[in-house]
Design a protein around this ligand. Structure first.
Ligand code: ATP
Ligand code: MG
Ligand code: ZN
Length: 297
């Protein structure tokens, strides 16, 4: 099968701890971006029945965890071949660090239209890959760290023995903002998101770029990757055309310069420009807030 198979058989096959009252079981899939591997576990959840928000494609529901997730198996869903295989090992271990404590609030995202199961796995994989780029960006000591929310796929039982998939991630309190689009638009005057997109382009040796930056402060979610060959990552992957749109609209800012990214949109061979960028007198979107972490916007 190209999509992982489902829950009930898993629950039946394994001895489960007692279900906390008022909750239901869900299978949770975690993606390890460096091993390119999916691992499956069980978690007790409470899922609200009405969405609290929605985007163009998905509705977002609040979800609370009622038990520490437990990982029962590993090495299942080898994504190079999009093949689902039962793992050889049967391990009982906690999901690593990524999950918050019991009773944490999460967001479960359900597609508004019928999409393949694969879509959910692809989206989570994309976000977890972006998370790795966020970690690499932050390792270069920019003024503010970038943190992509960890994401999972969960599988819950629905009516008539059916099951449903959702994307899952931590609920973030605060004002949710879109900071750039997948077609060259820039929203607001923050530097960090624009420099992060530029960073992803350089750090991948121009193989990809991460755009559609959105979230609360610099906790990002729901990104889009454009790849050089336009393959994978859903309909939002606009390939070279999307990359070109970013490059045409991007102007390097002081963070790009601090990170020594090859300049886009300004000629740094002209030493006057370098001075202007550093002094903040270059005609650029205003960047002060990102340079001084104490100043907030
Ligand atoms: P788009 O319209 O960008 O294609 P989408 O339909 O895929 O988006 P998301 O953007 O992931 O869906 O989520 C929809 C809405 O839910 C967001 O605009 C935001 O208001 C809210 N939301 C999403 N993720 C979170 C989160 N982690 N914490 C709090 N609110 C969130
Ligand atoms: Mg969105
Ligand atoms: Zn730049």
């Amino acid at each position: 099968a190209t999509s992982p198979d489902v829950t009930q058989s898993f629950i039946l096959k394994h001895e489960m701890p007692p279900l906390p009252s008022g909750s239901q079981w869900a299978v949770v899939w975690e993606y390890d971006a460096s091993a390119e591997e999916w691992t499956r576990g069980m978690i007790a959840i409470q899922l609200e029945s009405r969405p609290f928000a929605s985007g163009a494609l998905r509705s977002a529901y609040k979800l609370t965890t009622k038990m520490n997730p437990t990982l029962y198996t590993q090495a299942f869903y080898r994504d190079q071949h999009s093949q689902y295989e039962e793992g050889k090992k049967l391990n009982l271990r906690k999901l690593p660090r990524l999950f918050g404590p019991v009773d944490s609030t999460y967001v479960a995202k359900l597609s508004k239209t019928t999409v393949s199961f694969e879509r959910y796995f692809e989206d989570v994989k994309m976000q977890m890959m972006c998370r790795e780029y966020g970690i690499r960006y932050t390792a270069n000591s920019p003024p503010k760290p970038v943190d992509f929310l960890s994401a999972w796929v969960i599988e819950v039982q629905a009516d008539k023995g059916d099951h449903k998939l959702y994307g899952l991630e931590m609920y973030i309190d605060g004002e949710f903002k879109k900071l750039n689009s997948n077609f060259g638009s820039v929203f607001g005057d923050r530097n960090t998101p624009q420099s992060f997109s530029h960073f992803s382009y350089e750090a991948s040796a121009h193989e990809l770029i991460i755009v559609d930056i959105q979230g609360v402060d610099d906790h990002y979610t729901d990104p889009q990757i454009h790849t050089k060959d336009g393959e994978g990552f859903g309909a939002g992957n606009l390939g070279e055309k999307g990359m070109k749109k970013f490059i045409e609209s991007h102007k390097c800012n002081p963070i790009c310069i601090q990170l020594e990214l090859p300049p886009i949109g300004i000629d740094l061979n002209d030493s006057r420009n370098m001075t202007r960028v550093i002094r903040g007198t270059m005609m650029l979107p205003d960047l002060k807030p990102d340079l001084d972490p104490k100043l907030d916007i």
